[in-house]
Design a protein around this ligand. Structure first.
Ligand code: FEO
Ligand code: CA
Ligand code: CA
Length: 667
């Protein structure tokens, strides 16, 4: 439907693939370990399929409601059983049809506004955006590029801190004259300033949407902001560089994809596709170092953006440890615009999509995070210390140290329908893709559980340790979040075109389709609903794609009543416990969008499209409250340039597209 140069791997254009992840899909998947799936075993005792089929009333999970899932605190109520065909609370809207409009399309009866766009002021005193006269100094005070995660932290009645990730820059779209072979220093420094995060204050206006208000809390975090490294690998030999012989001070954060709001009012943000910014990994001769760089896909030869010409830290041949200083979960405290943000080494180093917290049965914190790469893994960290409720300075200081020490695990999934998974997506005879699972410990404090790895090596080279531990190779784990109402955990597996390819891992029950183009949604619950448990049962809630095809599954809901959905990326929950899913790379020919799906009762699996984003964009961010929905529209008009835009959203006319955050509310 769109005549864009598409990669075969998804609906994304070649420009997005190059600038976002350095064409990761065009390269060999970095996990070439012989860590093979051990095969399906007989049905485990934990499977409780009957419970879900019966559509039991959900109960509130211990430990917190919406504030834990990135949505503002709101009294969550159990979802009442409803009659078939009647929308459950929170999903009462007419679905938006798939389309390719250059607009953000919402259901009838809803309104929308742009909250903030690339270039809008963030820091007090920021100059007005002038696309023809961009400077790094201006960009460092303005809203950055390619907004992804959005976190809202309540600061009062209808007032919030809004923290937004700026995942990456698309220089060909940003600069009126850009020569990819010869970027200027100013362009490179603008790009450094356009990465990172923005903190702004927003309020609900009279109309019902969010608007930015002037605030002394306005802050930009960029590739020049100083970070403190904390946790067991702080000061590690693998983190030391000529600019930082301590291995404890890192300049900047990058590729902040998704994230999560902590119960103590800070934001966690995942450093994802950091590998692409580095050059010359092939010039490292030490075979051990070489293997580590390769497992993370760190760039060889010159890099796409040529930053190595302007700062030697991007040249691995000169600074072999600099890549090890990225790939962490970072924590930002919006309550203090002068606070030093933190890199948390206890959560391991990989291509973190996001990080979301659930409180364990005994009051500790569990953090779930996916490694977004074909055949990579799902991780959990459980803190040693316990969460202290409250907002006192003492409680906040205590809580902000919780992620410094604990145990890091990786997930192993076992199906319960052995021998029945043929890679086509055909359901096994027990009616579900489901089974049991186990969290394999990798390290705890300074103790390693992986043969041949010190604890320090587990934290810094987590992917290799997880290979050794025997984790399950997944179809690109993206966002993972606990449902604040039912306590179960939900993960988006976005796609994996290489599943079942020659020499690659084939389909298994938790990744049941070979050549998986459309992705799936995984749901699990740990024993007794306790996030500290190391055992769980799981099932696929959705096997995404065209509902008219046999290889899709919508939680058992009639497929002729659902919206098509492809390439799930971010997940969120409304205060009723409904799952909301945003997509990236729709392989069905429509623009990407945001979808709701109840997870309990007769409507379980009833996917409905709430909005679509403009041409070329992916849908990010989502925050869903009782009153409004917020989405980040990332890379609208991908493949365009300022002189030949492929989208004119959001400013209209002949303007080039600008990434922006949007709020939507019922009129
Ligand atoms: Fe930046 Fe995994 O998406
Ligand atoms: Ca099964
Ligand atoms: Ca994402």
């Amino acid at each position: 439907m769109l005549s864009l140069p598409l990669f075969a791997h998804s609906g994304r254009s070649s420009v997005t693939c190059e600038y976002r992840c350095g064409n990761a899909c065009a390269h060999e998947a970095p996990n070439t370990s012989d860590n093979e799936y051990f095969g399906d075993v007989a049905k485990g005792v934990l499977s409780r399929r009957g419970v879900f089929k019966a559509g039991a009333v959900m109960t509130a999970a211990a430990g917190g409601f919406a504030a834990l899932s990135g949505t503002p605190a709101a009294a969550a109520s159990p979802v009442a059983l409803t009659k078939p065909g009647r929308p459950v609370p929170g999903t009462d809207f007419a679905p938006v049809a798939p389309n390719t409009a250059d607009a953000l399309v919402v259901p009838p009866g809803f309104r929308q506004n742009v909250v903030i766009r690339w270039g809008d002021p963030v820091v007090p005193g920021a100059p007005a955006f002038d696309p023809a006269k961009q400077t790094a100094a201006a960009q460092a005070k303005q809203f950055g590029y390619n907004n992804d995660f959005v976190g809202l932290i309540p600061t009062g009645h209808n007032s919030y801190f809004m923290v937004v990730n700026h995942e990456y820059t698309t220089e060909v779209q940003m600069f009126p004259s850009y020569d990819a072979n010869n970027p200027t220093r100013e362009q490179v420094e603008i790009a450094w300033a356009a990465h990172g995060l923005s903190v702004v204050q927003v309020e609900k206006d009279r109309e019902g949407g969010l608007k930015v208000v002037p605030s002394r809390y306005g802050r930009r975090i960029t590739l020049d902001t100083g970070f403190e490294v904390r946790g067991p690998a702080a000061g590690s030999q693998y983190l030391k560089t000529s600019a930082d012989p301590s291995g404890r001070r890192v300049r900047g954060t990058q590729n902040n994809c998704s994230g999560g709001v902590t119960p103590w009012g800070t934001v966690l943000s995942g450093e994802e596709n950091f590998h692409q910014y580095f050059a010359n990994a092939d010039k490292v001769t030490d075979p051990v170092a070489q293997a580590r760089l390769k497992r993370y896909g760190v760039g060889t030869g010159t890099s796409t953006r040529k930053w190595e010409r302007f700062d030697k830290r991007w040249d691995v041949a000169q600074e072999p440890n600099e890549p090890n200083r990225f790939g962490w979960v970072v924590e930002i405290d919006p309550n203090d615009p002068h606070s030093t943000p933190v890199k948390h080494t206890a959560l391991g180093r990989f291509k973190h999509e996001a990080a979301n917290i659930k409180i364990t049965g005994d009051g500790r914190v569990a953090v779930y995070s996916g490694d977004d790469e074909r055949f990579d893994y799902i991780y959990k960290f459980v803190s040693k210390g316990k969460y202290k409720p409250g907002t006192s300075t003492h409680a906040r200081r205590h809580n902000m140290a919780l992620l410094d020490e604990g145990t890091l695990y990786v997930a192993k999934f076992t199906g319960d329908s052995p021998g029945e998974i043929d890679g086509t997506g055909k359901l096994p005879s027990d009616g579900e893709f489901d089974g049991t699972g186990e969290w394999l410990p990798l390290a705890s404090g300074d103790k390693s559980f992986v043969d041949g790895f010190t604890a320090e090596e587990v934290y810094v080279f987590t992917r290799l340790a997880a290979d050794k531990a025997g984790a399950t190779k997944m179809d690109r784990p993206e966002d993972i979040e606990p449902n604040p109402v039912n306590g179960r955990i939900y993960a988006a597996l976005t796609n994996n075109s290489d599943r079942g390819a020659a020499g690659k891992a084939g389909a298994d029950e938790v990744n049941p389709r070979n050549g998986n183009k459309n992705g799936h949604i995984l749901e699990w619950e740990e024993v007794h609903g306790d996030a500290a448990s190391t055992k769980f049962s799981w099932r696929l809630l959705l096997v995404c794609g065209d509902p008219a095809t046999a290889d899709t599954y919508f939680g058992g809901f009639p497929k002729n009543q659902v919206s098509p959905i492809s390439c799930p990326d971010n997940v969120a929950f409304d205060p009723y416990g409904n799952l909301w899913i945003s997509t990236d790379g729709n392989a069905l020919g429509s623009n990407d969008g945001l979808f709701s799906v109840p997870v309990a009762g007769p409507e379980r699996g009833h996917v409905k499209q709430f909005l679509t984003v403009p041409i070329g964009a992916e849908t990010c961010g989502p925050v869903v409250t009782r009153d409004f929905v917020v989405v980040a529209v990332q890379h609208p008009g991908e493949n365009g340039t300022p002189s030949a835009p492929t989208s004119h959203w959001p400013d209209g006319g002949t303007s080039p597209a600008r990434p922006a955050v949007v709020s939507v509310w019922r009129d």
